[in-house]
Ligand binder design. Structure first.
Ligand SMILES: NC(=O)C1=CN([C@@H]2O[C@H](COP(=O)(O)OP(=O)(O)OC[C@H]3O[C@@H](n4cnc5c(N)ncnc54)[C@H](O)[C@@H]3O)[C@@H](O)[C@H]2O)C=CC1
Ligand SMILES: O=C(O)C(=O)COP(=O)(O)O
Length: 526
């Protein structure tokens, strides 16, 4: 049975799902060294933001197949290191959207009405109504930085509260922004014109310290900023200084450069700052959502099924997978075949999508072809996650072409590879009940389902050659399951595809090429 380690607190609903297929150990609060020591036993790791999954941990996780992040941000996972090792990283892109958006809105209202400090003062026995005079958000301008899932919900609710909306997000369309009632502007204008600014972007090298002393200097002295996205997007020292010096009116932070927040200038800012301990996703509803969403994906991957929200398998969303899965199997088979025909050190792979496939997304098919191509060298180490990287590291160039006019089959895929044995091509299609058929080898039309062990020959189409090959194989005790010849012209060059029951014994290929008329012979294992 598989083993799953849950290293941050997650809802029981997730544990129940994992327990259907695995032994589940919940061990929270582990130190990095403790995690490194035990991770080697586990097939899957389930985390929230509390666990930093470093390259060292990934390398110690020799059995790991999947890392599941029960939440959105995967900035606490070394995704490139996981990808190199072929480990799927999944998250829950929508499970806590509402929770995080509502937290940002709660922060905005709390900040404008001094609720945390007013509450604390009443609890101390005071009745001070003058200190806590606030500001209305109605008719004020909210600047939303990042108009994705959370930013969009914040914008929708803020609009309903009568706020004017500006948004900065270089990756969304003007139409989408308009639909949400937002005017798209650049960051400078947003900083200058907003009364409230709320951040909803991922933490990346580009967004680290996006909000710094310079950008803060552009804000109105009456403006306030809210960060419920990621620590480190705002330069904390610059923010503390800007509030203390009265350059801006206040800030509300749920996330910090280093968590848990240690000694920090931020704690000394006073009533104009609100700090919460990364509570954005901490609602009962969100925790059930993310736990179920991610546990289901871990369960599926452990059962050999694809994950629906993998962050490191490009182009393989659930809808794409459903439609393309049979073609991906075809691509992988053709990749294995052409890789063995072309021999080692393949430098160039051309993937041609033909017929109705020409209108499809090609990326999953390219990944599947590369997975097949690299199988000979890497065996089980290559998968959909790392096939692209492994190919790049081996210097394999990929060219994609499309030919919608190829109409021999509804949709077909042609792979051509150049390696130590020259340039070879194979084409395949799905026939009948989506059964894989090889329809062309090196330009010669054939029609055979692939089998585990195959032999291909390039020979002259002349009488007696099939018989000679048959007796030669018989003398080596090789049983032929099926055989087909493909030729373009009578008595010209031809290709023979044979399915054999067992691997070809050593040395026989040399004997085959000695048969008069046979120019080349190739054996493959699929
Ligand atoms: N405080 C908490 O507990 C929670 C925090 N989060 C964080 O909230 C953030 C947003 O999450 P979602 O809305 O679900 O993500 P999303 O992917 O739906 O949206 C992110 C948006 O940011 C935009 N963006 C990316 N780079 C940008 C840049 N350099 N400048 C401006 N815009 C940029 C993207 O185009 C996208 O529209 C993430 O960092 C996530 O980790 C999410 C859930 C809970
Ligand atoms: O989903 C996210 O990105 C979050 O920041 C939530 O973090 P958490 O799972 O509550 O530790």
């Amino acid at each position: 049975m598989s083993k799953v380690l849950v290293s941050d607190p997650i809802d029981q609903a997730g544990i129940d799902i994992l327990s259907q297929v695995a032994t589940v150990d919940v061990k929270t609060g582990l130190k990095p060294a403790e995690l490194i020591e035990i991770i080697g036993e586990y097939d899957a790791l389930m985390i929230r933001s509390g666990t930093r999954v470093t390259q060292e941990i990934i390398e110690a996780g020799t059995q790991l197949k999947i890392i599941g992040r029960a939440g959105v941000g995967v900035d606490n996972v070394d995704v490139p290191a996981a990808t190199r090792r072929g480990i799927v990283v999944v998250n829950s892109p929508e499970g806590n959207t509402i929770a995080a958006a509502e937290h940002a809105l709660a922060m905005m209202l709390s900040l404008s009405r001094h609720i945390p400090d007013a509450n604390a003062s009443v609890k101390r026995g005071e009745w001070d109504r003058k200190t806590f005079v606030g500001a209305e958000v109605y008719k004020k301008t909210l600047g939303v930085v990042g108009l994705g899932k959370i930013g969009s919900h914040v914008a929708t609710v803020a609009k309903a509260m009568g706020m004017k909306l500006l948004a900065y997000d270089p990756f969304i369309s003007t139409e989408r922004a308009e639909q949400l009632g937002c005017q798209l502007v650049d960051l400078d204008l947003l900083m200058q014109q907003s009364d409230y600014i709320t951040l909803h972007i991922p933490k990346t090298p580009e967004t680290t310290h996006l909000i710094n002393a310079n950008t803060l200097a552009k804000m109105k002295p009456t403006a306030r900023i809210i960060n419920c996205a990621r620590g480190g997007i705002i330069d904390e020292a610059a923010l503390a200084a800007a509030i203390k010096e009265g350059k801006i009116a206040g800030a509300a932070l749920d996330v910090f450069e280093s968590e848990p927040l240690g000694e920090s200038e931020l704690r000394t800012v006073g009533k104009d700052i609100i700090l919460t301990p990364h509570l954005g996703a901490s609602t009962t509803e969100a925790q059930v959502n993310v736990a179920i969403d991610v546990a289901e994906q871990i369960r599926d991957v452990l059962l050999g099924l694809p994950a629906r929200s993998a962050v490191n398998i490009p182009g393989l969303g659930p809808d794409v997978l459903e439609e393309l899965k049979p073609y991906m199997e075809l691509a992988e088979t053709l990749g294995k075949l052409v890789g063995q025909l072309a021999g080692g050190r393949v430098e160039l792979l051309t993937v041609r999508l033909q017929g109705e496939l020409a209108t499809n997304k090609s990326q999953p098919l390219v990944i599947a072809s590369l997975k097949g191509l690299l199988h000979q060298a890497l065996r089980e180490r290559v998968n959909y996650v790392n096939a692209n990287i492994e190919a790049k590291e081996r210097g394999i160039r990929v060219i994609e072409t499309r030919d919608a006019s190829a109409r021999d089959y509804a949709g077909s895929l042609r792979l051509e590879a150049t390696g130590t044995l020259g340039t070879h091509s194979v084409t395949g299609a799905l026939l009948g009940e989506k059964e894989i058929h090889l329809t062309d080898v090196d330009g010669f039309p054939i029609n055979v389902p692939p089998s585990k062990y195959m032999l291909f020959t390039l020979h002259r189409d002349m009488p007696g050659i099939i018989g000679k090959l048959g007796s030669l194989l018989g003398s080596f005790n090789v049983n032929i399951a099926s055989m087909q010849v493909g030729r373009k012209i009578v008595r010209g060059d031809a290709v023979m595809a044979l399915s054999i029951d067992d691997p070809l014994p050593d040395g026989i290929l040399g004997e085959i090429t000695k048969v008069p008329g046979i120019r080349d012979a190739y054996t493959v294992t699929l």
